[in-house]
Design a binder for this molecule. Structure first.
Ligand SMILES: Cc1cc2nc3c(=O)[nH]c(=O)nc-3n(C[C@H](O)[C@H](O)[C@H](O)COP(=O)(O)OP(=O)(O)OC[C@H]3O[C@@H](n4cnc5c(N)ncnc54)[C@H](O)[C@@H]3O)c2cc1C
Length: 461
């Protein structure tokens, strides 16, 4: 739905534009369309205006303007959220994407990052020191939304979720106050920021703990889809006792014409094992052997490479502007019944680009007590993301039906709840991402820090 000019012109935009260091974009501005669009091409919303903030002062001015004018605000970080939470019709978009500076302190092994940075910005600064912290499975995701939703990735089983490495967050609140939240200061806010999925204030800086991560042993092994049942069982066993340095996933996908795959594999449905061992490589070869060397794969591509290079390896699989619909389910076990139920749909997607990702958790993720953060899914042993994707808008409805059918099929085996980072459905975002105790605690903290609900999302599908 687009907003009419009357509503747009009802606000004193000129006053805000004069206060900001960054540009204020309105519908008539050339860049308006560029910044209202997010990664998911299925999202087509028109904010009243876009404040492209350059620093905390711009953030404060934008929030104070919105409070005065009773305008709802959405925050745009990396713009990667599949539900398009960064943009809403008839709201003011506060875009922190230009705030992407990264300061590394190798001595204290910490990194302080502005709230609009992407994971590739962080890695570019930390990897020259042989350091990293848990970021996404791809490098183009924004650190902001990712961290506020928990943050799973290649390093999580050794280093914890992104939120487990968060030491401090600087937050501009809707009343204009700029507060530092940590275990010691505004501990209620700090708890809620870690997994609560945002809508508490605008985080201008995240400070994370870093770990010694230089080169990793990593790769991808493509199996024919006929091997899926056995491979899933091998994955289940291997991950049960896997050292924390290993994070792996199985991906039902359609084989691209990669040079290390034979021509007969190209375009076929396959199951790919992708893995990352962030410990000593020689140990990894031994520790991963039962999983990585299993079966008669169609092809493989592996090696010892810089962590940042591995994190970028899957970037091309998630192009900006395609049409996406995702869901996620969490599990205590990968039973044979679940495997049998999953296969028929995973093998035959509504669009060849659509995928099913099977992840394991455990390790450092499970070591943190449930109530320590607002992330509700630490105890799950596995989670399955159904990644509906199509390049053609007209096929999205069929893709969405396929994703929903898979979710319904998996539901009898799943735990309650889900990770907010992989959720598209409005009802899930409102009620499904946190257990009831966490949800009501989050509501109390939100009432304290954003009493007028300026940042409260209003869902549109
Ligand atoms: C290709 C792809 C790969 C992904 N891989 C992973 C993965 O490996 N692990 C994982 O956990 N998730 C992953 N995700 C999910 C991702 O973490 C979430 O979609 C997350 O919301 C993206 O953050 P963003 O800043 O890019 O998003 P945006 O769309 O900009 O924002 C998402 C939400 O976060 C809020 N927000 C963002 N920045 C700030 C800030 N500075 N202050 C306050 N609020 C803010 C926004 O208001 C909005 O509500 C992936 C997503 C994509 C598209």
């Amino acid at each position: 739905m687009s907003t009419g000019p009357d509503r747009t012109h009802a606000f004193p935009w000129q006053a805000l534009a004069q206060t900001l260091r960054g540009p204020l974009l309105q519908k008539s501005d050339a860049d308006y369309d560029k910044y209202r669009h997010v990664w998911n091409g299925a999202i087509d919303r028109h904010p009243l205006a876009i404040a492209r903030c350059l620093d905390a002062e711009d953030v404060r001015a934008t929030l104070q303007f919105a409070t005065r004018e009773h305008l709802p605000v959405t925050v745009r970080g990396g713009g990667h959220n599949v539900a398009g939470l960064a943009v809403r019709d008839d709201a003011l978009m506060l875009d922190v994407g230009a705030m992407n500076r990264v300061e590394v302190d190798p001595a204290s092994r910490t990194v302080r990052v502005e709230g609009g940075a992407l994971w590739r910005d962080v890695d570019a600064a930390t990897q020259p020191h042989g350091l990293a912290t848990t970021g996404g499975f791809v490098s183009t995701t924004g650190i902001g939304g990712y961290t506020l939703g928990g943050g799973v990735g290649w390093l999580m089983r050794r280093c914890g979720l992104a939120i487990d490495n968060l030491i401090e967050a600087n937050v501009v609140l809707t009343d204009g106050r700029d507060v530092a939240a940590s275990e010691q200061k505004h501990a209620d806010l700090f708890w809620a920021l870690r997994g609560g999925a945002g809508a508490l204030g605008v985080v201008t800086h995240f400070t994370y703990r870093l770990h010694a991560v230089g080169e990793v042993l990593a790769g991808v092994v493509f199996h024919p889809v006929d091997a899926a049942v056995d491979l899933l069982r091998v994955f289940r066993e291997a991950t049960r006792h896997a050292p924390d340095a290993l994070t792996a996933m199985l991906v039902f996908t359609t084989a691209p014409p990669l040079p290390f795959l034979p021509p007969e594999a190209h375009g076929q449905r396959v199951v790919a094992l992708a893995y990352c061992w962030s410990g000593e490589p020689a140990q990894g070869r031994q520790a991963c052997a039962s999983l990585v060397d299993w079966g008669q794969p169609w092809g493989r591509h592996e090696g010892v490479l810089p962590y940042a290079a591995w994190q970028q390896a899957f970037d091309p699989t998630a192009p900006v502007g395609d049409h996406y619909y995702w869901t996620t389910s969490q599990f205590d076990a990968l039973d044979d019944d679940l495997i049998q139920a999953l296969l028929p749909l995973a093998e035959k997607p509504a669009d060849p680009f659509s995928e099913v990702h099977i992840h394991h958790l455990g390790g450092a993720v499970a070591a943190v007590p449930h109530a320590a953060t607002a992330f509700s899914q630490r105890e799950a042993a596995f989670f399955i993301n159904v990644i509906g994707r199509t390049g053609e808008a007209g096929r999205l409805a069929a893709v969405r039906d396929w994703v929903r059918a898979l979710r319904t099929t998996l539901a009898p085996y799943a735990r309650a709840g889900m990770q907010p980072n992989f959720t598209t459905e409005a009802t899930d975002l409102d009620a499904g991402t946190h257990d009831p105790v966490t949800r009501s605690r989050l509501a109390e903290v939100r009432k304290r820090y954003d009493p007028d609900g300026l940042l409260t999302p209003v869902r549109s599908s």
